[in-house]
Design a protein around this ligand. Structure first.
Ligand code: ATP
Ligand code: MG
Length: 495
């Protein structure tokens, strides 16, 4: 029996039909993967299911009941749980409070918050998702992006639900954390919960899903059983063509002199971190959650204080005091959390792309608006950013397209050193190739690239050398000839 039937759902936004008569069915206990290119309409369809958005037309029947209100209350009452693509946490509140928000256990006549119960319940689910090492009282804003993502996921699992929607839950997770999530998904499936799973990582879909629905340009194009399909077929369904080389690393680029060096970087967590990046080179920084990858980037970008370090750019000392010093010294950074650090949600796509380097358009202090617009358009075209209108607020873009805006914004600063932290987060298979090609272009124009990524296939394909980090310490410098998943993981767990 179908637990869910969405029929002929249509939803239009100014300039774009996000869902065009989409139908979706889901069986009890089924794990259905929902895939499609950035902007295909996946999140919109799920927001309609969760009551966050109202469809223009169509019907939704959940467990025999037809939806009438299209609001979040109704959806929750009917057993819909959702983890949205963009993180939604209350940073100042603790992990436990974020998990049980709206349902905090209370005791006594005065209804005081029952912290022991709250923390105990929180700890249980945290353990299952690999967050057991954390104190439930920790404010969420102190967590890494991956940990925040796990908190969001954990929240969905604390609720009694019939249908659980996970919109790109693993985009900031590494393989180990993803495995924990899959265990939890399987145990929920066993209890009869149905799951809709959105991801751009196709290998995950083959591991966790029973079936897959593919969307393209707002329409559903196919529904297949996982057992009867393969990656190539799904890629063709999604992008309408074949992608021959998922990781088009250029091998012909000569590696030149040193551009960027970090020596003995120390914080209370980082222990004498040293590495260097040369002209035309991509250096990978790999480590598990909490290993300190982002902390290194934050020190370089001066958003975090460090105790000591000797850093150089092109041989000249680099000792940043404030974030702008990084820009002035030719260092650009694509951060892992686009919503809080990467984009300015209400500004237009154009403004977001050009904002970090406005001086470029105002050589004599007077803005050349035409030039600015032309350049923004160039980037939209180059990265194939799906946007009805370049002046639309960036928050109206799909997640993957927002990510492309962040990448364009940083590339536009024409840096000497480009630091990319999970650059292809939430980006579809086709657009990933575009970003890898841009990385090739950076190398070709003698830039130095530092790439932080938890996707092993990506970092192994694109990097020329990889430094592995474990608990704030570099445990290995691995040359390309020795790249293998086993080697990298071994050093990442401290071996
Ligand atoms: N609130 C909104 N206002 C205007 N346009 C919107 C809004 N929400 C979504 N859209 C547009 O609808 C289309 C579908 O977006 P959606 O977020 O559903 O894509 P998606 O399949 O989830 O993509 P991704 O893989 O990048 O997350 C996009 O073109 C997007 O710009
Ligand atoms: Mg989406």
């Amino acid at each position: 029996m179908n637990i869910l039937e969405m029929k002929d759902i249509t939803k239009a936004f100014p300039g774009i039909v996000a869902n065009d008569r989409v139908s979706l069915t889901l069986e009890k206990g089924e794990v259905l993967a929902l895939i499609g290119e950035n902007g295909a309409g996946k999140s919109t369809l799920m927001k309609i299911l969760s009551g966050a958005q109202r469809p223009d037309s169509g019907t939704i029947v959940i467990d025999g009941q037809t939806l009438t209100g299209y609001n979040t209350r109704e959806a929750i009452d009917l057993g819909i749980g959702i983890v949205y693509q963009e993180l939604n946490y209350l940073g100042a509140l603790s992990i436990a409070e974020n998990l049980y928000i709206g349902r905090i256990p209370v005791k006594g006549r005065l209804k005081k918050i029952d912290y022991p119960t709250l923390f105990a319940k929180a700890k249980e689910i945290m353990q299952e998702l690999g967050l057991g090492h954390l104190d439930p009282a920790t404010p969420v804003e102190q967590l890494s992006t991956a940990e925040k993502q796990l908190v969001e996921i954990a929240r969905a699992f604390t609720r009694e639900v019939k249908i659980l929607v996970l919109d790109e839950p693993t985009s900031a997770l590494s393989d180990t954390e993803t495995e924990d999530l899959f265990k939890l998904i399987r145990s929920f499936k066993q209890r009869g919960v149905s799951i809709i799973y959105i991801s751009h990582r196709l290998n995950e879909i083959f591991e966790v899903a029973d079936s897959v629905m593919i969307m393209r340009d707002g329409k559903n194009v196919a529904r297949r059983r996982i057992a009867d399909t393969c990656t190539d077929e799904l890629v063709r369904d999604m992008v309408g063509r074949e992608i021959k080389d998922m990781y088009p690393k250029r091998q012909d680029i000569a590696i030149g002199k040193e551009v960027f060096r970090v020596k003995n970087l120390r914080t209370n967590f980082l222990k004498d971190v040293s590495f260097d990046v040369r002209e035309g080179e991509v250096v990978g920084l790999f480590g598990l959650m909490g290993s300190g990858r982002t902390e290194i980037a934050n020190c370089i970008m001066a958003v975090r204080k460090y105790d000591s370090a000797e850093m150089t750019v092109d041989g000249a000392a680099y000792a940043p005091k404030k974030p702008h010093d990084a820009l002035d010294n030719g260092i650009a950074y694509v951060p892992p959390e686009r919503k809080s650090d990467g984009i300015t949600a209400v500004l237009s796509v154009k403004d977001n792309i050009t904002i970090a380097n406005l001086r470029k358009f105002a050589p004599k202090g007077i803005m050349n608006l035409k030039q600015e617009m032309a350049l923004a358009r160039d980037w939209v075209e180059k990265l194939n950013i799906k946007v009805p209108q370049i002046l639309a607020p960036v928050e109206t873009l799909s997640g993957g397209n927002q990510q492309k805006v962040v990448v364009a914004k940083e590339l536009n600063t024409e840096p000497k050193v480009m630091i990319l932290n999970e650059p292809t987060r939430g980006v579809d298979v086709g657009a990933k190739v575009e970003i890898y090609n841009l990385i090739n272009d950076l190398c070709d124009s003698r830039k130095a690239v530092l790439m932080i990524s938890s996707e092993l296939p990506e970092i192994m394909a694109m990097a020329d050398r990889i430094f592995v980090l474990h608990e704030g310490r570099i445990t290995a410098e691995v040359p390309k000839s020795e790249f293998s998943q086993e080697t990298l993981l071994k050093y990442a767990i401290g071996g």
